[in-house]
Design a binder for this molecule. Structure first.
Ligand code: DC
Length: 222
């Protein structure tokens, strides 16, 4: 029997910095990286491009199953079209959160996510990486920050991209998204007891990355 490919699962709410931390940890270890939120965003985009509603679970599940995706050089392609910028908008985040509430969509995306588990290892970020997609992951992290801090980070990102946004609106949107992702019946965002809790409210990205790497090395040394 060969040992299973190791996975570091990093889950947390929107704008917690988990994507940045996960990518940096993957880089440091030479592991693959899965941004699972991108799959939900791509499903939402594929439906919206065709003018389809986000409450038709069967149709959305079909879209999820048929997605033609490529991740190359930090860019994301859908059916041969570069959709990197379109995916990162707030609207697409909200649409993804709506799409992700359908169990039919989640079921279709399950195997696609697991296919990223390739040697020498994988760092995956999302909402249910440790609970549903990779329950046997040897390291699970729940990465979060206070909603005000997350809103400040998101606000800064939006302004840097030239997208004007009012701070109270950003806070309100994050609260709504947290509520939707946390309260849904399937694969809700939750801090499970087998995940280490990492609050980045008062620490930098570098410190968060170092902390995950230290946990990983401690585990490997055991
Ligand atoms: O991580 P993100 O902001 O790109 O995710 C967008 C939405 O997709 C998020 O609000 C909820 C959903 N999602 C999910 O339900 N499960 C995941 N593993 C990843 C994302």
């Amino acid at each position: 029997m060969t040992a299973p490919v190791p996975v570091i699962a990093i889950d947390g709410p929107s704008a917690s910095g988990k994507g940045t931390v996960a990518e940096r940890v993957a880089q440091a270890l030479g592991f693959h990286y899965l941004d699972s939120g991108a799959l939900y965003r791509l499903t939402a985009l594929a439906a919206l491009q065709r003018g389809e509603p986000l409450d038709d679970a069967q149709k959305l599940a079909g879209r999820a199953a048929a997605l033609e995706i490529a991740f190359r050089d930090g860019r994301t392609w859908l059916s041969g079209q570069d959709v990197t910028e379109a995916l990162r908008t707030e609207e697409m985040g909200v649409a993804a959160s709506q799409v992700a509430a359908h169990p039919e969509v989640r079921a279709r995306l399950l195997e696609r996510q697991r296919a990223f588990r390739q040697p020498p290892g994988l760092v995956a970020d999302g909402r249910d990486m440790g609970s549903v997609v990779f329950p046997d992951a040897p390291l699970k992290v729940f990465l979060t920050a206070a909603v005000e801090t997350r809103a400040q980070r998101r606000h800064k990102q939006l302004m840097e991209k030239g997208m004007y946004a009012k701070m109270p609106d950003v806070v309100e949107e994050l609260r709504k998204r947290d509520a939707r992702d946390t309260n849904r019946p399937v694969a809700p965002l939750k801090h499970y007891s087998d995940a280490i809790f990492l609050d980045t409210t008062n620490i930098s990205v570098d410190e968060a990355v170092a902390s995950v790497l230290e946990e990983w090395r401690n585990r490997a040394a055991r």
